[in-house]
Design a protein around this ligand. Structure first.
Ligand code: FE
Length: 340
């Protein structure tokens, strides 16, 4: 108390405005499911530029969502940062986000990568990975091809309930309709080499080992293996090929890392500033590079050899708002199709 009084009187003596004194006390509480070294620099820069101190709570994606649900109106969280559109959609459906109106965000982030309540800050692609000995690239040019009976006993994926696959299903519903997507899901399940288990990297390894002929995986998992200096990872990369799916049609399914301001945010002004900062050139590079993703802001250039190696492709521009609308439907379809 005394110390604060002294500081206040010194500030007054120096002629500092009370606004500046307030800024020194400003904090921002970020709940983040991301934990990359590059993110440290990102938060540090924000504090340097704005004087706003960032408190970070890091935990697994679904744990944070649960925590926000439990804390309710008493949550100290200002911003929720997480991966995958279906998780962001879920948070939105739970009524956690407040709408953000920002000319900066509207100018920087392409319209299809934002909704009224949350914004995508980086993108990743869902690619098809195949075993060069057992499957030909021509057989697996589209997600729809994975349902072809010719691939019986060859297809591997992680759980159908996982957000990555729910988002893909939601995109397929938007493009092909629910009935066609249900047919696809049933035929996909009929083609499984094994019951879904493990993460995307496990599917890629399964393809390399020959246990699977073809799998779907997020691009950064493949980039991570490409970047790895471990001989066993290099062997994996050598024995598999990858396809950017649906290049003749709507383009490859894109997912995102994103963030939104919470409805109960105690520091709303700081929250909007932070979201706007995430869209800056510098933050975009940090944010995307941390996990070998692409910046959401199209004018931002990254210097990432792993991404260069992956090459260029046509990305699906399905609006995230539309994708979000079909996530629940995708889960119901997968449940009926036995895609667990
Ligand atoms: Fe992931």
């Amino acid at each position: 108390m005394i110390r604060k009084a002294v500081v206040t009187s010194i500030a007054a003596a120096l002629g500092l405005t009370s606004l500046a004194a307030q800024a020194a006390d400003q904090v921002l509480n970020v709940y983040s499911a991301r934990h990359y070294q590059t993110d440290e620099a990102l938060y540090g820069n924000f504090t340097k530029q704005t004087g706003i101190k960032v408190n970070r709570i890091e935990a697994k994606e679904d744990e944070l969502l649960e925590r926000l649900r439990n804390e309710g109106a008493n949550s100290p969280a200002d911003v929720f940062v997480t991966v995958d559109a279906s998780r962001l959609a879920k948070a939105d459906e739970m009524g956690l986000f407040a709408p953000v109106k920002s000319a900066t965000l509207e100018a920087r982030i392409p319209a299809h990568l934002r909704t009224d309540t949350w914004i995508a800050f980086s993108t990743r692609a869902r690619v098809i990975v195949y075993n060069k000995d057992t499957v030909k690239a021509e057989q697996v040019q589209n997600y729809e091809d994975l349902a072809n009976p010719a691939l019986k006993g060859l297809v591997c994926t992680r759980s159908g309930s996982h957000p990555y696959n729910l988002s893909l299903g939601a995109a397929l519903i938007e493009h092909n309709g629910a009935a066609k997507t249900e047919e696809w899901a049933r035929a996909l399940v009929a083609n499984f080499a094994r019951a879904p288990r493990g993460g995307d990297t496990d599917q890629i390894r399964g393809v390399a080992a020959g246990e699977c002929g073809v799998a779907i995986a997020n691009s950064y998992y493949f980039a991570r293996l490409m970047n790895s200096t471990r001989p066993e990872d290099q062997k994996v990369v050598e024995s598999v090929g990858y396809v950017w799916p649906n290049q003749q049609g709507v383009g490859t399914h894109i997912n995102v890392s994103g963030a939104g301001m919470l409805k109960t945010a105690p520091n709303k002004e700081a929250a909007v500033k932070f979201l706007e900062d995430l869209a800056s050139d510098e933050a975009q590079v940090y944010f995307a590079d941390g996990n070998n993703e692409w910046p959401a802001v199209p004018t931002v250039k990254v210097n990432n050899p792993a991404l260069d190696k992956l090459g260029a492709f046509k990305a699906d521009t399905l609006p995230m708002t539309k994708l979000a609308n079909s996530v629940a439907e995708a889960q119901r379809i997968y449940d009926r199709a036995g895609y667990r």
